[in-house]
Design a protein around this ligand. Structure first.
Ligand code: FAD
Length: 522
């Protein structure tokens, strides 16, 4: 559109106004002839370049070149211009004082006529100083590269989750965890495990966007080694960069998940812990055996003493007024007194039950400990163990040592049941799971099983299917196990429908559902 065309298209606007537009423009404007010789520049051109109008008139635009721009750039530029197309790009320019700046330039070929009506080619150049913008872009790019290379090579697993919980950025260490643990979405599994292990605290932290720092999680897997991770969650706000959020910034919130593999350190701790636990358990076993032996003796004595007492009462009634002088009454009274004294003496010798603090206990850990502690016995009896832990398990509220004793009792019963001459099938399967607010541990052995008529009797104190004199046949183990389960408000039962051996199921209330009701153990 030439000047007369412009005047026709906008009759309300005089050419003067258009000249003002060019003169006042915030962009450097130049007009050249077909050889890039400058015919006109506006004031901003002079401000940016430092040249006065008179200094540049008649000069080639190349006076702005910093002489470091590759030839190909100009060739590409001129290639476009000579075929009548506009060109846009960035060039490195030199100001009058020699300082460089980045020019964001658009050159447009304009075919027009001279005042005398001769057709001519003019180039219209428009550029702005893009040095700051270029610096910021580069800085941003550098920072992004730096962050990306740190995140990519870090041994720490990192994942950024959007508001819907989808992973929008992750690193190789994170993806490796997914492969190692056969998890399609490790972040989802971690969030689930955090919720299970932290209970209400997790939801509160999420609602208040409070960071969760170094929370340890364990991932059990039947075929692979248990892995431990120290997990942290923090919230990252991103300011919206869209134009419509210029005044009303609607920020996006991302969740940053950082996971450190602490398996090696944990394994070392585990070894030390197991050694310490072995010492505590063998000490506890000693006093437990003493308690069982003394309780057995008291139980055995109580029967005859009750009989003597009944006989003494009968004889006293029969002797009537002369009872005080009756030698049999006296003898029976002495015998009863001696029996009661003996019972009292035995009772006073009973070692006190150790007091243990109640706290959150993970049954996967307890069962794994027990299976490790019993390794020697499994090997000696040729029993194979099939351990299938729930990937994550909510805690139960309880006494860790008592619960360990409970499962040791059940496991050693199973070993004993299968460790008999000629018994071929010797395997023990242990499965943990969560069902309806209960944490369940199911132990299935391939021993002879428990006949239906004895399924309740086996939990009675001093009941045993073994003949007296057989090792460990005191008959209090299951009664004590039952007592521990009862104290933890749980249930220990024999599965009546299982016939390939014996299947015992221990169900203890999940800590979260229990704390929702009241608290503590009975
Ligand atoms: P030159 O020899 O001038 O050009 C390099 C190559 O470009 C040549 O080999 C040739 O292939 C091609 N070429 C050059 N002139 C023409 C032409 N008239 N017709 C066809 N092909 C040609 N350059 C900058 O560095 N900074 C600027 O800000 C800038 N602004 C410009 C604004 C306008 C309106 C125009 C038309 C050009 C502008 N140029 C600018 C380009 C400038 O004219 C020079 O081409 C460039 O600076 C390279 O100069 P040189 O002396 O290194 O090489």
């Amino acid at each position: 559109m030439n000047s007369s065309n412009t005047a026709q298209a906008f009759p309300e606007i005089s050419e003067d106004v258009f000249r003002h537009v060019v003169e006042q423009s915030a962009i450097a404007i130049s007009v050249t002839d077909a050889n890039a010789r400058i015919l006109y520049v506006n004031p901003v051109f002079c401000t940016i370049t430092g040249y006065a109008l008179e200094e540049v008139l008649g000069c080639n635009q190349s006076l702005l070149s910093y002489k470091s721009t590759p030839k190909e750039v100009y060739q590409e530029m001129w290639g476009e211009l000579t075929t009548g197309r506009a060109w846009h790009g960035r060039l490195l320019n030199r100001r009058r004082d020699g300082s460089p700046y980045v020019a964001d330039l658009t050159v447009t070929p304009v075919r027009t006529t001279t005042i005398t009506g001769q057709p001519v080619l003019r180039y219209l150049g428009m550029h702005w100083d893009a040095t700051d913008s270029h610096r910021m872009e580069r800085q941003l790019q550098n920072q992004r590269q730096l962050v990306e290379s740190v995140v990519e090579t870090a041994p720490t697993a990192v994942a950024l989750l959007d508001g819907e919980g989808h992973v929008v950025l992750d690193n190789p260490a994170y993806r490796r965890i997914g492969q190692d643990l056969s998890l399609v979405d490790p972040a989802r599994a971690v969030m689930g495990s955090l919720r299970e292990s932290m209970g209400g605290n997790f939801d509160q932290a999420v609602a208040a966007r409070r960071p969760i720092v170094n929370h340890e999680l364990r991932f059990d897997h039947a075929e692979r080694e248990t892995r431990w991770f120290s997990c942290s969650l923090s919230w990252v706000e991103e300011q919206s960069s869209t134009a419509d959020a210029f005044y009303d910034a609607e920020n996006k919130v991302y969740l940053l998940l950082v996971m450190n593999d602490i398996t090696v350190a944990k394994r070392q701790q585990e070894t030390a812990r197991l050694a310490a636990m072995r010492a505590v358990l063998s000490e506890g076993e000693l006093s437990q055996s003493l308690r069982e032996a003394l309780s057995g003796a008291i139980f055995q004595l109580q029967g005859p003493v009750n009989l003597i007492s009944a006989a003494a009462n009968m004889q006293r009634r029969r002797a009537g007024a002369g009872a005080d002088k009756d030698p049999l009454v006296q003898a029976l009274a002495e015998a009863r007194e001696a029996g009661e004294t003996a019972i009292a003496t035995l009772q006073s010798a009973l070692p006190a039950e150790p007091l243990e603090a109640t706290g959150p206990v993970n049954l996967n850990e307890v069962v794994r400990d027990v299976l490790m502690l019993e390794t020697q016995d499994f090997l000696a009896a040729g029993v194979t163990v099939d351990w299938t832990p729930a990937r994550t398990l909510p805690s139960v509220s309880g006494e860790a040592t008592a619960l360990r004793n409970l499962f040791r009792q059940l496991v050693s019963n199973a070993i004993e049941a299968m460790n008999r001459r000629g018994w071929k099938e010797r395997s023990l399967s242990v499965i943990t799971s969560v069902r309806g607010g209960q944490v369940e541990v199911e132990l299935t052995d391939t021993g002879p099983g428990i006949p239906e008529e004895l399924r309740l009797k086996i939990f009675e104190p001093f009941f045993s299917t073994k003949k007296p004199g057989q090792g460990g046949a005191r008959g209090v183990g299951l009664a004590l196990a039952q007592e521990i389960v009862r104290r933890h408000r749980g249930v220990l039962e024999v599965d009546p429908h299982y016939h390939g051996g014996c299947r015992l199921r221990v169900s203890l209330p999940d800590m979260r559902s229990e704390s929702a009701r009241d608290g503590g153990i009975a």
